[in-house]
Design a protein around this ligand. Structure first.
Ligand code: UD2
Ligand code: MN
Length: 576
């Protein structure tokens, strides 16, 4: 029984030990639970904090939205009030005044939303195209301006931000070429800070640089691998950017322009019409930029990039490194003009390519005049100087045809050309003859192979044939002879055309004599532009009438197509 007691004792001890163990475990679990509980309260506390922060943030955002829509509403009400207070005559006066200031109807523009909708002008073939933006380089968008209107400048920015994939926009640089307009100062800073805090940068030049050097300064600030230049009165359209960057991603030495749609400078309407094949750039021998119909190469699709011999200049994208490799811009060009033709020749002659992306559309307000002055002797002078610089560097002997169109040049100091000639040398660029043959084979070259007579044309009554400063669609006339070329410079070609240096031809399409003589783009297809020149008489082949300097009923001298009368002095034309 003692041994039983012993056993019972040991069993009891074992049970006691187990009990102790269990109690320890229990204690440990209690501690864990306590720990977890305090952790839980901590978490709950921080959760509460996060929630309240979220609430504050949401509130903030709500206030911001309210304030923004309030501002919008206020603006719209203000606009409505202003409109109600005005009658149609007042509105017309405001529109005219704004047109004088900006060379477009800024009053109308200021009433349109800054992010207005515009018609999608792409051809239907573009719509199914899918773009992989992950393979595309980012772009800096550079917008140079001098005293640009508030509404058009900001509409340009909004259109870019709203119609581009955000992952493709590195930044937008607003390069202010020393504007003095008050709305472009602090007011713009504030607007940009509030509406585009992360993407838009303003860079202000203290001195007027002129468009060309302003673009160079913008480029200096750009960080993206591609630079896209836009004028400051543009509207980027749906899907404008992807087709451009896709082309540059495939070939970094291709420079790309969008199709430029017209925004009417009187109505501010964005043109809906667009041709199947976009127009591309050409030039005439005054070195003015012109449009011509684009031509597809065999096997080319409507959506493929199409070669453009020149570009209008304001809207294009280029790989940033290539921009410098190819010679950026001629920094000794002043003010405005010529830089676009220079860059076009240079790109083609030095191994690059210039194309238009048919699926990329950007609107631009085309104006009749420039609302700003350029430093120095004015736009006319800088355009001439720039053109002479480009002719000297890139056109070889063909530059003579340009000088022929300007027989009475004022004395212009075009500066030193050493650097630009060295550039052409270094890049081993091809001759201008190559460019004409391969890039612009249909351009009329006014050499002795193609021109039978040139100079001024004087009628037997002493007056000279004159373009009267008109453009395509206008009428030609007669004027006292001045011997300065220009409006009185004419060529008679092997193609039977009477043409001007800027590629306008005398054209008659009315068969009722005396018929007006129109100026039309030369089409090189004879038809209404064919004239036979025999015994000092110009006979219009299609109608059999004669080119006549006549005196009208009210005693005015006019140019008409009239019945041919032998010996009539107004029908005798000699070259002088
Ligand atoms: C066309 C081009 C323009 C330029 C010019 C030739 C298009 C649509 N436009 O004339 O970009 O290539 O031909 O030089 O292709 N600006 C300055 N500083 C100046 C002068 C102008 O910053 O001293 C700005 C101006 O505010 C505008 C841009 O440069 O944003 C082009 O000037 P424009 O619009 O008067 O030229 P545009 O369209 O008649
Ligand atoms: Mn412009």
């Amino acid at each position: 029984s003692l041994s039983r007691l012993d056993r019972a004792n040991t069993e009891l001890e074992q049970v006691l030990m187990e009990l102790r163990h269990k109690r320890e475990e229990l204690e440990a679990m209690k501690r864990d639970i306590h720990d977890m509980q305090s952790e839980k309260t901590d978490t709950e506390k921080s959760l509460r904090q996060v929630r309240s922060k979220q609430k504050v943030l949401a509130n903030h955002q709500k206030q911001l939205m309210q304030r923004r829509s309030q501002a919008h509403q206020e603006r719209e009400e203000e606009i409505k009030k202003r409109q109600q207070a005005l009658d149609a005559r007042d509105i017309k006066a405001l529109e005219d005044a704004s047109h004088r200031k900006h060379a477009f109807n800024e009053y109308k523009s200021s009433l349109l939303p800054l992010d207005r909708a515009i018609p999608d002008t792409r051809i239907k073939e573009c719509l199914p195209l899918k773009w992989d933006t992950s393979k595309m380089p980012k772009t800096s968008v550079i917008i140079c301006y001098v005293n640009e209107a508030w509404s058009t400048l900001l509409r340009t920015v909004w259109s870019v931000l709203n119609r581009s994939p955000p992952e493709l926009i590195e930044e937008i640089i607003l390069l202010d070429d020393a504007s003095d307009a008050e709305w472009l100062g602090e007011k713009l800073d504030t607007y940009v800070r509030e509406h585009f805090p992360s993407h838009v940068r303003i860079v202000r030049s203290p001195d007027r640089l002129g468009l060309i050097r302003a673009r160079l300064l913008g480029a200096k600030h750009a960080k993206g691998p591609v630079m896209t230049f836009l004028d400051s009165h543009c509207e980027a359209n749906q899907g404008w950017l992807e087709p451009i960057l896709d082309i540059i991603a495939t070939n970094r030495t291709t420079v790309v322009t969008p199709v430029i749609d017209t925004i009417d400078h009187r109505t501010m309407e964005y043109a809906k019409w667009t041709s199947n094949i976009p127009s591309v750039g050409t030039f005439d021998w005054t070195l003015d930029f012109n449009w011509k119909s684009g031509v597809l190469r065999p096997g080319q699709k409507l959506t493929d990039p199409i070669d453009s011999p020149t570009m209008a200049g304001g809207l294009f994208a280029i790989d940033r490194d290539y921009f410098y490799e190819i010679g950026s811009y001629d920094e000794d060009m002043d003010g405005w003009g010529g830089e676009n033709v220079e860059m076009s020749f240079r790109i083609w002659q030095c191994g690059g390519r210039l194309v238009t992306a048919p699926c990329s559309h950007v609107g631009h307000i085309f104006r009749d005049t420039h609302p700003y002055k350029v430093p120095g002797k004015g736009i006319h002078h800088t355009f001439m100087k720039n053109s002479m610089r480009l002719a000297e560097v890139w056109m070889d002997d063909y530059k003579q045809f340009f000088y022929d169109t300007k027989p009475k040049r004022e004395n212009i100091d075009i500066g030193d050309l050493t650097k630009r000639k060295a550039l052409r040398e270094r890049l081993k660029c091809k001759p201008f003859k190559w460019y004409l043959k391969h890039v612009l084979p249909d351009l009329f070259v006014p050499d002795s192979e193609h021109v039978l007579h040139k100079g001024a044309l004087r009628a037997g009554n002493g007056l000279c044939l004159d373009k009267m400063g008109h453009r395509a669609g206008g009428q030609a006339g007669v004027f006292s002879c001045h011997g300065e070329g220009g409006n009185q410079g004419w060529m008679y070609t092997v193609n039977d055309e009477i043409r001007t240096a800027d590629s306008l031809c005398l054209d008659v399409y009315s068969s009722k004599f005396p018929a007006p003589i129109h100026l039309q783009r030369c089409h090189q297809k004879q038809g209404n532009q064919a004239w036979k020149y025999e015994n000092n008489v110009f006979r219009h082949v299609a109608s059999n009438g004669c080119l006549s300097s006549v005196v009208s009923g009210n005693g005015q001298h006019e140019l008409k197509l009239d019945t041919c009368k032998e010996g009539s002095s107004g029908q005798q034309w000699t070259w002088v």
